[in-house]
Ligand binder design. Structure first.
Ligand code: LFR
Length: 501
């Protein structure tokens, strides 16, 4: 029997990549997963008039390039899986054709809709029925915006496919709805485990758009003959993975048995823990935690934090001013800058939209009576320290909700390449950080394919494989002097957070 080989597509808000995973023997006679990157491409929002869109067909094209590359380079994956960011979707007409370009979740159309929907159904009831943090981009608000605007696309739509399902449909012709993505819509009832049709009705969202969810590990079907012909490849089969990137990343966290805390670190930061069931208590709602469906029937209690997006946007601005700047260079400048000069509250809504991020950070500091960061290093340091402090805040809130005490924090995802952020985080939380793997979403995507192929028994065995295959870097908690200064900084952060409405 040849070694199992799988292909994973992992599309994030700022880049997409395709990776090959191969099961191989390790030195001790056990197994390890060997991962090779095949293809990487940028992803960004495209502004058209008032709207922000994804360039979905270009993403499809890049995926095709990757499939061709895989076979050209001599790999023979038998299956593939697709994971992407959450909440977004495409609408299909009755001929199965895509209606328009999918909206980007940062499209301003959902502004003010959290408050409007609250007038129709109380926050408490919504939380019971949707289990999610009230984020302006949740699918529910996007569809409500379209319904309110009398969108002809919505009127013509026959089927809604969430982004990973849409891309799989383009490649296989099969329409499915994968469970983990379904739970990012706020329209899926976590206790009843079914679509919330009464709520859809109330908001003018047609219930017929939604397919019955299938679980990670389900088989979907082979590439269409058109795709195979175009790329000159055999009909490899799509597997429904944890198609929400966050859930794929969590599946790859190299944790052993027992409760653990994690931070999935990319454009967004998702700090959470794995539970057997959703936690829909008033406390969880008050602290604004989400319950998202995960791989293996789990629920993830997690908090969505603005994340490295703020720094990515500043970086984009500096580059557009013609300054050549790698993220490593930026981190080095941040390291040189004075500590704790000024802090921001990363989840202030002014940091949400793609407009003038440097100015937004500076204005925040000015309005809160702090020194205004000027240099790139000062700005980056302000953002990174603030994120680390926010992580402590969220971790302690989570402990309040679960009654657990976590001995440290697993950090995974592209953001952990920023070693300064990992170190700051260990200092801020006052405990160890275990950083790795970097490509957690792609790896989790592969692990679910391996479960589907019978190569791994379950999620626990998959995590053991992850632990045996990838490097994890430990950042020890702070030295006593650091503990003290970070403690003081945290007090300052709490005073800022208290200013927040
Ligand atoms: C992370 C992520 C988050 C989701 C956000 C928007 O990539 O998927 O989990 O809340 O993107 O979709």
């Amino acid at each position: 029997k040849t070694a199992a080989t799988v292909l994973a597509f992992d599309l994030g808000a700022s880049s997409g990549r395709a990776l090959i995973g191969k099961l191989a023997a390790n030195a001790e006679g056990g197994r390890k997963l060997e991962v090779t990157e095949l293809h990487r491409f940028p992803n960004y929002a495209v502004q058209v008039g008032q709207h922000l869109h994804w360039d979905i067909l270009r993403l499809l094209q890049e995926m095709k390039v990757a499939i061709r590359k895989a076979f050209q380079q001599g790999y023979h994956p038998s299956t593939f899986g697709v994971d992407t960011w959450g909440v977004d979707f495409g609408l299909l007409d009755s001929h199965g054709e895509l209606l328009g370009n999918p909206y980007h979740y940062r499209d301003p159309q959902t502004e003010g809709l959290i408050e409007e929907v609250e007038q129709l159904l109380s926050r408490e009831e919504q939380y019971q029925q949707g289990g999610l943090q009230f984020m302006p981009f949740n699918t529910i608000y996007q569809l409500y915006a379209m319904s309110k605007a009398g969108s002809p696309k919505l009127a013509a739509a026959e089927t809604l496919l969430l982004t990973p399902d849409l891309l799989v449909y383009f490649l296989t012709g099969k329409k499915v709805c994968e469970f983990t993505m379904a739970t990012t819509t706020q329209l899926f009832h976590p206790e009843r485990q079914q679509w919330n049709e009464p709520l859809m009705q109330q908001l003018g969202i047609p219930a017929k758009l939604f397919l019955e969810p299938i679980h990670p590990g389900s088989r979907i079907g082979p590439l269409t003959s058109e795709v195979c012909g175009e790329l000159d490849v055999p009909p490899i089969e799509a597997i429904a993975v944890g198609t929400h990137d966050t859930e794929s990343a969590v599946a790859a966290v190299p944790a052993g048995e027992g409760a653990f805390a994690y931070l999935v670190c990319g454009t967004w930061s998702l700090l959470g823990t794995e539970l057997a069931r959703p936690l829909l208590t008033p406390e969880a709602m008050a602290l604004d935690f989400s319950n998202e469906g995960g791989v293996g029937g789990t629920y993830q209690l997690l908090k969505n934090i603005m994340g490295l997006w703020i720094l990515q946007e500043c970086h984009r601005e500096w580059e557009s001013q013609g300054q050549e700047l790698s993220f490593a260079q930026l981190a080095a400048e941040a390291e040189q800058a004075e500590p704790f000069r000024s802090l921001i509250h990363p989840d202030d809504l002014r940091f949400y939209s793609p407009s003038g991020m440097i100015r937004n950070v500076q204005q925040y500091c000015e309005e809160t009576g702090q020194p205004v960061p000027q240099s790139r290093g000062e700005i980056a340091r302000c953002i990174l320290e603030s994120l680390a402090l926010k992580y402590r805040y969220a971790l302690e809130q989570m402990e309040q909700l679960t009654g657990e005490v976590y001995s440290g924090l697993h950090m995974v995802g592209g953001g952990i390449q920023n070693r300064l952020l990992c170190r700051f985080t260990a200092n801020a939380i006052g405990r160890s950080v275990w950083a790795g793997p970097v490509e957690a979403s792609a790896i989790g995507n592969m692990l679910v394919q391996l479960i589907a192929q019978g190569e791994c028994a379950d999620l626990q065995e998959a995590r053991q494989l992850s632990a045996a295959s990838f490097e994890v870097v430990t950042y020890e908690g702070p030295a006593p002097t650091d503990r003290e200064v970070w403690g003081q900084a945290y007090e300052a952060y709490l005073r800022l957070a208290a200013l927040q409405v």
